[in-house]
Design a protein. Structure first.
Lengths: 409, 102
């Protein structure tokens, strides 16, 4: 019996278990998946939780429900990967593998910035990239009387790079509905050179900030959070005051990657961008947020990666050359508030452009343009996530590689 | 769009980044630096070399990466390339500007 071991039962790991179990001979291959947490969160929902658009129960389910029965599911902490011995140490047992899939994701590391996780953490300094953070922020917003709201990105790369911008748009919408928009001053602070860094997006979307009266601070590389005076200070000694800071801390790969000596300076695993094989070890593959590939860290990317990776694992088992197929394809809805959303579809090479999706001319979704239909798409996506995506069911008309059909290139 | 840098015709983006790194040489780097108001020193070049190595290796650039590189600390990085050091240093290095997905 050979062993295929998956580390992490988040979006990527769960999808890989579902893809591979029916394709691998049960008499030859045992599949094991390890994750210490029993709850599976719908992370895109963390954007909606603070604004009371989603409830707690809409963004979490018991993870085991989505793991196929014929897969050995172990809920234990992963201590260390020993890639030269083909072994993984858990808290109280050691597993051997023939093939390893690393799907340990990424998470916020607020300790990386002085003062961020200080005395005001989850009091007037919040993240919304964790369930706890999004929930604490919701409770704060329910009674907040207004003031200076600063939406801030610490540094790239981050999971779902558009989420902070969506947060600012939804905040505008939320406070408008509450009849207190005039009491809230919203500033978007980014370490990049603009809210939109690609020319086509910048041309098409810059109106959004103006229309929603959101102020912009660019090239801000935070040095510390000053909890005494409620301000963030950057390395050039620029200071920005806030009453309420909503920050996206540094995102890093899991500590187990660091403990195993397998990551870069942010604990992401060096991975071939087109095959998803580890650059160091032939029988190790990496998927989703855990990789260092220059694609967005997003569920849609993991979904497209999973299709290519499934094929490549079967090729690897049969000693055939891997397909250099994955193209960095991402497909993301972007909430712009007031029940509208944008859709972007892009890859390593092709920047987001205007057009229709998935069908040329017809759509029904519009690329890089606000529409109510796109917003419905985003809301429908939660159902698709729980019922199709995690189970490894292909999404109709959306191919793993980006299509140029309908795009104005 | 076309631009002439250090006597060589090159293609640059609207905000002045080289489209093709293979056109880059030290003179071009010097001229971009001058346009940004920076007089290049050995320290500047050490940072530029490190950035070019990272980009060749396919590693995403981050301030944290610079901090952990051991080449320069962040205070000095800011002092060397004032006003958005990653933005300015990548331009001089002839590599793409750090971007988000939109």
């Amino acid at each position: 019996m050979k062993n295929l071991l998956i580390l992490g039962a988040g979006t990527s790991g769960t999808m890989m278990a579902n893809h591979l179990r029916p394709k691998l001979n049960k008499k030859e291959w045992k599949i094991t998946i390890v994750d210490q947490y029993k709850t599976h969160y719908y992370q895109p929902g963390f954007l909606f939780l603070p604004f009371d658009i989603y409830t707690e129960n809409q963004v979490k389910k018991v993870g085991g429900k989505f793991i196929p029965k014929e897969v050995n599911y172990i809920q234990k902490k992963i201590e260390q990967i020993l890639p030269n011995e083909n072994k993984v140490q858990l808290e109280d047992q050691t597993l051997s593998y023939d093939i390893l899939i690393i799907a340990t994701g990424s998470k916020i590391a607020p300790d990386e910035v002085e003062g961020m996780k200080g005395k005001n953490w989850h009091k007037n300094v919040f993240d919304f990239y964790t369930y706890e953070g999004a929930l604490a922020l919701r409770n704060k917003l329910r009674t907040w009387q207004g003031g200076k709201l600063v939406v801030h990105i610490t540094e790239m790369p981050i999971k779902c790079p558009v989420a902070p911008l969506e947060f600012a748009f939804l905040a505008d919408s939320y406070f408008t509905k509450k009849g207190m928009r005039d009491k809230v001053d919203i500033t978007y602070v980014t370490p990049l050179s603009g809210a939109f860094t690609k020319q086509t997006c910048s041309n098409s979307l810059s109106y959004l900030l103006k229309e929603k009266n959101i102020k912009l601070e660019t090239d801000f590389a935070i040095e510390h959070v000053d909890n005494e005076n409620n301000k963030i200070v950057d390395y050039a000694e620029k200071e920005i005051d806030y009453d309420l800071l909503v920050t996206v801390p540094t995102n890093m790969g899991d500590e187990v990657i660091e403990r195993s000596g397998m990551g870069d300076e942010l604990n992401f695993v060096p991975t071939h961008p087109n095959t998803l094989q580890s650059k160091e070890h032939q029988n190790i593959f990496v998927i989703g947020d855990a990789t260092n590939v220059p694609a967005s860290k997003a569920g849609s990317v993991a979904h497209f990666e999973a299709e290519t990776l499934t094929d490549n694992i079967l090729l690897f088992i049969n000693n055939k050359p891997l397909k250099e197929e994955f193209d960095g394809h991402a497909n993301c809805f972007i909430e712009t508030g007031h029940n509208k959303a944008l859709l972007i579809d892009f890859n390593y090479e092709q920047e987001p452009v205007e057009g229709t999706f998935p069908f040329a001319g017809f759509g029904p979704l519009k690329l890089l343009k606000e529409s109510i239909f796109n917003h419905w798409g985003k809301l429908a996506f939660r159902w698709i996530y729980w019922n199709m995506l995690l189970k490894g069911i292909a999404i109709p008309f959306v191919s793993r590689n980006m299509s140029t059909k309908g795009k104005k290139i | 769009m076309e631009a002439v840098l250090a006597g060589i015709k090159v293609i640059v983006t609207e905000d002045g980044y080289l489209e093709d790194f293979s056109n880059w040489n030290k003179e071009i780097g010097n001229e971009i630096a001058k346009n940004e108001g920076i007089e290049m020193t050995d320290r500047h070049w050490e940072v530029i070399n490190w950035i070019q190595e990272q980009v060749k290796a396919g590693t995403a650039l981050s301030v944290r990466g610079v901090k952990k590189s051991g080449v320069v600390d962040i205070k000095e990085f800011y002092a060397l390339f004032p006003g958005g050091p990653l933005k300015v240093s990548t331009k001089i290095a002839g590599v793409p500007k750090p971007k988000s997905c939109i």
